[in-house]
Each structure stands twice: as C-alpha cells, then as structure tokens.
Ligand binder design. Structure first.
Ligand code: AMP
Length: 364
C-alpha cells in the first residue's frame, strides 16, 4: 500500500494528470508531474514538476528518486520510459506491459481476440500491396455488399482520430497509404454501429474490482463530443458490456483504471474498439455524478487502497469544450446547475480539449 502523504509521480501533464493530482491532493497525497511541456495543465496544480523529454534518463532517475509510485495519464508515454522507472525500483501502475499492449493497435486487437473478446475484423498492413490484399480479405469476410469500406489506422501514436483514414468504396488506396505516411498500419472493417459506448473499470491488485456504468459516447470529427451517462441501451446489453470490461481488466491483471471503448452493432453485438489504461474523457462525468470520481478511483487503485463506490447519484450529460467552444464559459457559469471544468490551457487550437461541462439530471 502507498499511504497518504506519499508522492505520486504522473507521466504526462495534460488535463487527466491535472484531475488525478486534484483527487490525490484531496486524499492527502502529493503529485509530481513529468512532462516535456512548460506550463502544462497538470503542473499548474502541484508545485512538483520535472520538465524533460521522456527519454532523458538522468531526469527520469531524479524523478524516480523523488516519487513513491508512478502512473501515467496518457498512453503514448513510451513504454520504455515506464520500464526504465520500474527498473529504478519504483512501482509503476498500471504495469508497463499493459502500456505495451494498449499503445499498439495491432497488439491490442491480438490480445483482445486471445481472451475471446470481439473486435472488428482487421489486418496488419505494411505496404501498399499489403493494403490492397487486406482490403480484398476484409471485403470477403464482411460479405459481398460491404464494398471496400474500412478504416486504416497507424498502429502507434494515434488518438482522437489522428493517424486515421476512412476508406470509402472510391478511395484511392495509394493516396490513403501515403496519408498514413508508410507507417505500420492496421486496416479494420468499417463498423456500421448503432452507438458507441465505454465502460471504465478499476482494480486495486488486492482483489477489489469496480466498474462505472456503461456510457454512450458521441464523436464529432473522431473526437469525443458528448457523453451520456448512463448509456441509453437495454440493461442486459449494458451488463454484457460491463462484464467484458471486467474480464479484460482481469486478464490484463490490471492495477489501476481501464477504459474499454466499444461499438454496439446494429444487431446488438459488442465489439471492442480501444483500451486506455488510465482515466478517460468518457469518465469525466463521474466527477460530478458519482460517489467516487474516476480520478479518485485511480489514486485508490494504484495505491492499493480500498476502492470507492462507482455508483452514480445522478444521470449526466458531459459536453467537451473543444477549441473555441471554451469561449462560452460565461454562459455555462450562468447556468446554475451546469458544472464547468476548465483545464488552464492558454492557447486555443481547433480540436484541442479546453474543458468540459457536465449537466446533472435526476436518475432515470
Ligand atoms: P479510435 O481512434 O480508434 O478511437 O477511433 C476514433 C473514432 O473513429 C471512433 O470512436 C469511431 O467513431 C470511429 N471509428 C474508428 N474505428 C472505426 C471502425 N472500424 N468502424 C467505424 N468507425 C470507426
């Protein structure tokens, strides 16, 4: 157990780190942020920050000496960084091996299939000829009418729709391959989903596991726009989704938090799209509508404390404030029951997550 008073080292300085540090402070922990960025959202809320690149071993060694446990707030932190810190004798949670799986879309899907969890059909693609072959293969699997629709994604370093190309029946494959930049990629069948949902689950490595209810996620331009909690799906389907998330967390032997993003297909099948071993944007509503927020829960889980209740006391709709949406902050403050969260980012850029607002509703 890592007891209150200890220092939690957080790799990454974004809004997730900021909100983890806030929850950690409430439980009596200190947080130390490691980020290449100056004036990061997370470093604004704690006096301890190391500004260095993720491959700066001298800085990492000093950071390791200054903290009691290490976690990460975004999954593109190099797994080597997490492994280096673990080799310095500091507990890293979730385990760097989980990072290795979840930061590589191909390994992630191979893992999911190996534990009998459904995903879209997929093929590894390493060349234009390979892409042409993969398109033919998947068209065969999807049936004669599916055309060549699919989604080509880089295997690494993709998030919020970055490193992705939708392939329509007329998309020129050579252009698509060039847009991906010749990186190792994965071609997935296009899923004609009824809706997208996610489940966040926590495990504390002491036998306790807790999940939040399945929530519904609406994306605009591949970026999460709105989360509706709980998801407006049949209770039996929600239970299946929650069981899948718990199963994946068990099979990963997770200590920490895992977000499991899924497609609900038109015929009620659940296909896992992505795993994120950290707090997740689709869990921000838990700050205002649950007994224990996802940020408090991750602190409890990695420190091996008892988990809090993941029950919700209100329904909620969370809207991301992306780019210039944030300029409406005054309007949200004038709405007496809207809960406004701003991340302290000074530069507004299109597609940049600047904050979010959660509206609470009585439980359905
Ligand atoms: P990702 O980066 O994999 O989370 O994808 C971002 C968003 O793109 C998803 O939330 C979906 O809205 C869409 N998307 C990704 N993969 C597929 C797919 N195979 N079929 C249909 N839509 C997809």
């Amino acid at each position: 157990m890592i007891l209150p008073g200890a220092t939690i080292g957080i790799l990454g300085g974004g809004q997730l780190g900021r909100m983890i540090a806030g929850a950690a402070a409430r439980l009596g922990y200190r947080s130390h942020i490691f980020t290449p960025e100056t004036d990061s959202p997370a470093s604004q809320v704690t006096p301890f920050t190391t500004i260095a690149e993720f491959n700066d071993e001298a800085a990492l060694a000093r950071f390791a000496a200054a903290v009691d446990i290490v976690t990460f707030e975004f999954e593109n932190v190099p797994a080597e960084t997490a492994e280096f810190l673990a080799a310095q004798g500091k507990p890293v949670a979730p385990d760097p091996a989980i990072l290795r799986i979840t930061q590589d879309r191909l390994r992630e899907k191979d893992f999911l299939r190996s534990v009998e969890v459904g995903t879209a059909n997929y093929r590894e693609v390493t060349s234009l000829a390979g892409l042409q072959r993969a398109v033919r293969d998947l068209a065969q699997l999807s049936g004669p009418n599916a055309g060549q629709r699919g989604v080509l994604k880089t295997v690494r370093l993709g998030y919020d729709g970055k490193g992705q190309v939708m392939l329509g029946p007329k998309t020129a494959l050579d252009k698509a391959w060039r847009r991906i930049g010749g990186e190792v990629a994965i071609l997935e069948s296009f899923v004609d989903f009824a809706c997208e949902i996610s489940v966040i689950v926590a495990r504390n490595g002491q036998g306790a596991i807790a999940n939040y209810p399945a929530v519904e996620n609406q994306h605009v331009d591949h970026i999460l726009d709105t989360t509706i909690a709980p998801a407006r799906i049949a209770p039996a389907l929600a239970m299946r989704a929650e069981a899948i998330a718990r199963h994946v967390a068990e099979r990963l032997d997770l200590v920490g938090l895992l977000a499991v993003e899924m497609f609900v297909t038109q015929d009620g099948e659940l296909l896992v799209n992505e795993l994120a071993p950290r707090p997740h944007n689709s869990g921000h509503w838990t700050l205002d509508a649950c007994h224990t927020s996802q940020f408090e829960q991750v602190v409890r889980a990695i420190c091996r404390l008892p988990l809090g209740s993941a029950e919700y006391h209100s329904d909620a709709v969370m809207k991301n404030l992306i780019g210039r949406d944030v300029e409406k902050w005054r309007e949200y403050l004038n709405e007496p029951t809207a809960k406004l969260h701003l991340y302290g980012k000074t530069e507004v850029r299109p597609g940049r997550k600047m904050g979010h607002v959660t509206r609470l509703l009585p439980r359905r």
